[in-house]
Design a protein around this ligand. Structure first.
Ligand code: ZN
Ligand code: ZN
Length: 352
């Protein structure tokens, strides 16, 4: 009889069930990871509450950390007892984008939690290229946020950030807060944070924001331009709201870079003035997608786990919940009903 474990299975949008399922069997090149912490990603919310995943039923969850409890015969660099976090993209490593190291653009990828069973479970089988060691002084909870951190670092890289830059971030979820923490720690001259929730503005101040602005104000753009004395050299939208995207483009300095990171699922119309400013100010608008670079999983991940270990990043500032796996269905229901204030929500599958 196979060993069993707890897992959350999604049968349809908003239909999540806690079940006993077999512990995954590992292949030669895989390790069995005992999941110690797994987060809710912003992308899990529409996936679970609205659209569904690519296969059904599926175990969602892709932001996780844990301990290796078994290794396949072909695994070379990891052993039982290693503490790891797991980049969730399973690229083909063959297509032209993979060859160039642009793994996020892979034409034939798999993904934990949306195309493969993920980590709202007690164990996951992980191929060796997706294992990343974390230092002993990094908690499993912090290590489970390596994914939003890697997304933040990728956006910062796309924005061309350098020390001395004036920066602004719209949308203060975990990724936005990590953008603020990192750029401030690495020498941003001034960091401005914008959100519509006063509680998140307070957290952003705690994360190093020099100025925190209520995104509902009519003069948000003027406030950012005043705070940065002419606009932000790097202006990241991590909210995915068209109003914020528009404001972020306007609040970008001449020759600055605006980064589209938050997903909106909506069109964006630029005003005549905004478009005019983009041209006259020679602003760049760039997209940022996911978190990977060469060699896989890339600087975003290796530098991310270093930044957690050396104290550049404090994950506890962005974590609002640590809950047992049993709470997954009710938490998604509360999010659906807008009954919950949250930032990074973590589940601890071995919590009693
Ligand atoms: Zn994610
Ligand atoms: Zn590929």
């Amino acid at each position: 009889m196979s060993r069993m474990m707890k897992a959350i299975r999604m049968y349809a949008p908003r239909d999540l069930r806690l079940e006993q399922v077999p512990v995954p069997e590992i292949k030669e090149n895989e390790a069995l990871v005992k999941v110690m912490a797994v987060g809710i990603c912003g992308s899990d919310i529409p996936r679970i509450n609205k659209y569904g995943a690519y296969i059904s039923p599926i175990t969602p969850g892709h932001e996780f950390s844990g301990e290796i409890v078994e290794v396949g015969a072909a695994v070379k660099n990891f052993k039982v007892g290693d503490r790891v976090t797991v980049p969730p993209l399973l690229p083909c490593f063959k297509c032209e984008f993979c060859q160039q190291g642009h793994y996020s653009l892979c034409k034939d990828y798999k993904y934990f939690g949306s195309r493969n069973d993920g980590a709202f479970a007690q164990y996951v089988a992980v191929p060796e290229p997706n294992l990343l060691k974390v230092a002993d002084n990094v908690s499993f909870e912090a290590a489970a946020t390596a994914d939003p951190l890697a997304n933040a670092l990728h956006a910062i890289k796309r924005g061309g950030f350098k020390p001395g830059d004036k920066v602004c971030v719209f949308g203060l979820g975990a990724i936005g807060l990590y953008c603020i923490q990192y750029m401030k720690a690495k020498g941003a001259k001034i960091a401005v944070a914008v959100d519509v929730d006063e509680r998140k503005l307070q957290v952003a101040r705690d994360c190093g924001a020099d100025v925190a602005i209520d995104g509902r104000a009519a003069d948000v753009v003027d406030q950012v331009i005043a705070a940065t004395d002419g606009g932000a050299d790097v202006c990241i939208d991590a909210s995915g709201f068209p109003v914020a995207q528009h404001n972020a483009i306007e609040a970008t300095a001449k020759h600055g870079t605006m980064v589209l990171l938050g997903i909106s699922h909506q069109p964006l119309t630029l005003s005549e003035k905004c478009l005019d400013w983009v041209m006259r100010g020679e602003k760049a608008i760039v997209g940022s997608w996911n978190s990977f670079s060469k060699p896989f999983p890339g600087w975003e991940w290796t530098h991310g786990v270093e930044s957690l270990a050396d104290g550049t990043i404090d994950a506890e500032k962005v974590i609002t919940h640590k809950l047992p796996l049993e709470e997954v269905p009710s938490i998604f229901d509360k999010i659906y009903k807008k009954e919950l204030y949250f930032n990074k929500i973590l589940f601890l599958p071995w919590m009693e």
